[in-house]
Write a protein that binds this ligand. Structure first.
Ligand code: GCB
Length: 608
């Protein structure tokens, strides 16, 4: 009986669900303390810091739990875990690129950081904010669990209770596990490297008790922008502890705008006009400083104002037809074989895209770090942002759906003030089946209800039948813009197949080629029929470009696959790949391949 009772207790204890603290946004405009830098680590492939020798989850006060102190009580005391300065990893940063032993590692790594912290105001609240950590993250401060998060590419935060935080010697331990699982998002099978670790910034955020958790301000949906004299904008402010807040003020100093709104609930709706202002566009990426305050709290953001919509066969940006000269990219710096995370990295990758003549990028296949969307805002580059619903997710599982929806929510919540983002994508190359269509359709509805102002899409596949390339995936009915990946001349036949290609579209909507590409090793030359040669890829792009020129009028743009060569464990031709997917127009060392100039030529023509 006693053992049954214990089993029940243990089961309940190990299934505690840690409530996710709602996401705080606009972190860049708040009072923060960075916890970036060197963190000590322990590699723990067996999960010993988490499970005891009976493989039961350790109790909170277990002396050998890695979240508890590693300092022996006296010289006879035995401790079987210890963090030291000889074993450190940089945060932010994936672990794979930081030491050879990590290159192929998938599993648990424990990170530890000690820090001192004194609040500026004793009544303030403190949150611990992670830009991202791949994939499953458990966070402990001074032996207390703050919470858990799943998902490798989106931000999360936990409130730090006053009872836990100390002025000196805080002991922060983070367990990161990048093991792939069938029922996660993404699933076990992808075509990119599963970089593990705390890949983005970690910060302490200090806010007053009644603070502005989140806000948005955009041009009113459907607004006719005939004259720039009066642009209607709308949005909302989310106030924590709204009962103690009387009003919210929104200011745009440059336009001499100051509006005051009474607070009657957690969400305060905003609606007003902006006089004589400049819209955001790739040609004029104008950003305005927006200040939101509630007496206790004050946030400054830079926001661009623009509209994006579909009208008949066209995509309209600020009411004018848009052709997207795009390119896909992974969040990776090939020269250093690592995840990109900094503003410098964003400038490098988006700088390459600009050189190619792009006005748009598809950030594949997961939300990239916030520096990317912020830099795109200031450089004037349109963005497609995606969640990693990739290939063969379990579309029949409600749990998997919730995981995908959570990542979608976190992506949109973080970036809804970025003018550059015009398309939310709910996935890539998912197999056509009723369960998949229902799953994806529900994600589209979720995206629309979180943000009705942007377009929603997904990268679909082509149905090749009897010489005809059909775009008839049933999901096409539910997206705003029908996007598909085509590899005519790489996975299907030779590039001259483009000459006779016949396209059939089941939907009378704008369409977008979200991928097309061929693989080549920089510096390997042959005639154009020689696979892997630069000449083959060049030929591929020439034939593709000729085909694009024959596309019907609802062709709204493309984002070929892709900007830079990237690491992928699926690519095992030891002569031409060696663990790299080499479909980049730029190689592993930043050198441009011949095909780069073919696409650049096309974009120059289209840009005129
Ligand atoms: C695709 C996928 C992309 C792959 C690419 C390829 O269709 O969407 O993730 O890396 O093809 O190189 O095969």
């Amino acid at each position: 009986m006693r053992s049954l009772y214990l089993t029940v207790i243990i089961t309940v204890a190990s299934t505690i669900v840690y409530a996710q603290t709602p996401l705080i946004t606009n972190i860049a405009g708040r009072k923060t303390t960075s916890l970036n830098g060197k963190w000590q680590y322990i590699i723990d492939p067996y999960g010993t810091g988490f499970y005891d020798y009976r493989f039961l989850e350790r109790k909170e006060n277990d002396r050998e739990a890695y979240w508890n102190t590693d300092v022996p009580e006296n010289k006879t005391d035995r401790k079987e875990h210890k963090f030291t300065d000889e074993y450190t990893l940089n945060v932010p940063g994936d672990w794979n690129s930081q030491a050879e032993k990590f290159l192929y590692y998938e599993g648990i790594v424990w990170y530890k950081k000690s820090f001192d912290f004194t609040k500026a105001n004793s009544t303030d609240k403190v949150y611990l904010y992670f830009g991202a950590s791949n994939y499953e993250t458990d966070v402990y401060l001074n032996g207390k669990k703050l919470g858990k998060h799943k998902g490798g590419f989106t931000p999360f935060n936990f409130e730090v209770p006053d009872s836990v935080l100390k002025a000196t010697g805080n002991y922060l331990v983070v367990k990161v596990d990048n093991t792939r699982h069938k029922d996660e998002v993404p699933t076990v099978n992808t075509d990119w490297w599963n970089y593990g670790g705390i890949t983005r910034d970690v910060q302490l955020v200090e806010v007053p008790p009644a603070f502005i958790r989140d806000f948005t301000l955009q041009v009113q949906k459907g607004a006719a922008l005939k004259t720039m004299k009066n642009v209607p904008v709308e949005g909302w402010v989310n106030v924590k502890d709204w009962q103690n807040t009387r009003e919210v003020t929104v200011e745009l100093p440059e336009l001499k705008i100051k509006k005051i709104f009474p607070v009657t609930g957690e969400r305060v709706n905003l609606r007003f006009n902006l006089p004589a202002m400049q819209l955001w566009s790739p040609q004029t990426p104008k950003l305005y400083t927006v200040v939101v305050s509630n007496g206790a709290d004050r946030i400054e953001e830079k926001i661009g104002f623009r509209t994006i919509e579909v009208a008949g066969k066209q995509v309209l940006l600020n009411g004018k037809p848009l052709f997207m000269r795009g390119i896909c990219m992974h969040e990776e710096i090939p020269q250093q074989i690592r995840r990109a995370y900094s503003k410098q990295d964003a400038l490098q990758l988006l700088g390459y895209a600009k050189e190619l003549g792009c006005n748009m990028v598809r950030l594949a296949h997961y939300p990239h770090n916030e520096n990317m969307s912020r830099t795109a805002d200031s450089m004037g580059i349109l963005v497609w942002s995606e969640i990693p619903v990739y290939w063969t997710i379990d579309f029949t599982s409600a749990e998997v759906f919730n995981k995908a929806r959570t990542q979608l929510t976190e992506m949109i919540t973080r970036d809804r003030n970025r003018a550059s983002i015009i398309i939310w994508s709910v996935g890539n190359e998912t197999p056509v089946k009723p369960a998949r269509t229902a799953f994806m359709r529900n994600l589209i509805s979720a995206a629309k209800s979180l943000d009705s102002t942007r377009l929603v899409s997904a990268a679909l596949e082509v149905n090749y039948q009897a010489g005809v390339s059909k775009i008839d995936d049933p999901l096409g009915e539910f997206v705003d813009i029908v996007s598909f990946n085509e590899y005519l001349g790489w996975y299907a036949g030779l590039p001259d197949r483009c000459r006779t290609a016949q396209w059939e579209f089941a939907y009378d909507k704008p369409f977008f080629i979200s991928e097309t590409g061929a693989e080549t090793l920089y510096g390997f030359h042959g005639d154009s029929l020689t696979r892997w040669s630069e000449e083959y890829q060049e030929w591929y792009y020439r034939e593709q470009v000729a085909m694009f020129k024959r596309m019907p009028e609802n062709f709204a743009g493309l984002s070929p696959w892709l900007l830079c060569d990237f690491r992928s464990p699926r690519r095992n031709n030891q002569t031409f790949q060696e663990g790299w997917n080499n479909k980049g127009l730029i190689d592993q060392q930043g050198r441009k391949k011949k095909a780069f100039y073919v696409l650049k030529g096309y974009y120059e023509e289209k840009g005129l």
